[in-house]
Each structure stands twice: as structure tokens, then as C-alpha cells.
Unconditional design. Structure first.
Length: 71
């Protein structure tokens, strides 16, 4: 979940200013089609990352064991 949060935050910090035209003064304008593709890719990355959670054992016993092993 933390990875998805960081991915979404990083993506938005970079893509929103680009989509708003912050670099238009230097001649770089992000076409709407590219923005749509990047948004779709971001959604796919978040969904695939969430699917990786299926590999994680979230039972209380496994969580306790993991915490005790770190100490």
C-alpha cells in the first residue's frame, strides 16, 4: 500500500504540472493523448502492485512472527 501511495504521489507531482503546461514556455506541451496513456499506465501499475499483496500472508500469526523475527 505504501508503494502505491508513493507511486501515485510521485506520478501526480510530475504529471499534473506537465499537463497544466508548466513547460509550455520552453516549447514542451504534453498532448492530451499522451496524458491519457500515462494515466492509464499509472492505473495499471497500481493495480499490478495491489495484486502483489496476494503473495503476502496477512494472518495475525504471520504478522506476529514477522515482528518477532526483526528483533
Amino acid at each position: 500500500m505504501k508503494q502505491n501511495l508513493w507511486w501515485a504521489a510521485g506520478y501526480n507531482l510530475l504529471s499534473v504540472p506537465l499537463a497544466a503546461g508548466i513547460l509550455a514556455s520552453v516549447g514542451f506541451v504534453l498532448p492530451m493523448s499522451v496524458g491519457a496513456i500515462l494515466m492509464s499506465l499509472s492505473t495499471i501499475v497500481v493495480a499490478l502492485n495491489a495484486l502483489l499483496l496476494r503473495r503476502t500472508d496477512l494472518t495475525p500469526a504471520a504478522s506476529t512472527r514477522s515482528i518477532l523475527e526483526r528483533q
